[in-house]
Design a protein around this ligand. Structure first.
Ligand code: SF4
Length: 247
């Protein structure tokens, strides 16, 4: 599984044009460029934190991660993926045993059911191969738009913007993408983030939200874009020194 920069020939998966009117951009393109250039300096190769061994286990891991932490999902899937890393092996294991493996994760009963259903559908409709297209991915039980976007990005190197709680919050707090729904936030970010940064932007925003621009209280003194941020909540105007991090 790679999370490399997409091939040049790969087209950028901009969202379908919707005829919605969004609030005017708060940031100029130069400012957007500067913000993401700094994220890139800080984390040149950001990675997702969900463990997986192939596109199939990635689909399973992401579908298990709703309302659960990546750490919690990784703990449960470590043993599960050792015995079931293909749709066939998962079906052979059966719903009851899948449930046992993942019972430390919230909503595990429903999630175990969906893991079996999506494995069956992959076998029946996709020759056991995880599809690359969003619409096809979203036909799998338990796979919504966010999960499909994560899979497209992490498994197939297609730039997408999966809007989770961190991305949604930052979009609003910084005023970068104040859309009403996750889909709106996705559309705005896909439109306004400079194309050269789109591939990693999802992970940069998640990590920025998880470790710096935190939900309860943003740590503006530790923020590398504090001078550029236009949030009313910010408590500091001086950007923190950029220290290169591994992920
Ligand atoms: S300055 Fe504060 S509010 Fe703005 S992005 Fe940084 S941490 Fe978030």
């Amino acid at each position: 599984m790679s999370e490399k920069t997409p091939k040049k020939s790969q087209s950028v998966s901009k969202s379908k044009p919707r005829k919605k009117k969004f609030p005017r951009a708060k940031y100029t393109q130069d400012e957007m460029h500067e913000i993401f250039a700094r994220f890139k300096l800080q984390r040149p190769e950001p990675k997702g934190e969900l463990n997986h061994v192939n596109p199939y286990t990635l689909v399973v891991a992401v579908s298990l991660s709703a309302q659960a932490t990546d750490v919690g999902v990784n703990k449960a899937t470590k043993a599960l993926f050792q015995v079931a890393d293909t749709p066939q092996k998962m079906l052979a294991l059966g719903e009851e045993k899948v449930r046992d493996y993942i019972k430390t994760i919230g909503l595990y009963r429903n999630k175990a059911k969906n893991v079996i259903l999506l494995s069956q559908k992959l076998i029946d409709d996709f020759d056991s191969v995880v599809p690359m297209e969003r619409e096809a991915l979203m036909t799998l039980p338990g796979v919504g738009r966010k999960t499909a976007n994560v899979v497209m990005s992490m498994a197939f190197n297609i730039p997408t913007m999966a809007v989770d709680t961190h991305v949604f919050r930052i979009g609003h707090r910084m005023g970068m993408a104040p859309g009403k729904t996750p889909d709106d936030v996705e559309d705005i970010l896909m439109k306004r983030i400079p194309e050269e940064y789109l591939f990693h932007a999802h992970h940069w925003l998640i990590l920025h939200g998880r470790y710096t621009c935190k939900a309860r209280k943003p740590e503006c003194e530790a923020c590398i874009v504090a001078d550029l941020c236009k949030s009313k909540e910010k408590t500091c105007d001086v950007p923190a020194t950029i220290v290169r991090l591994e992920d």
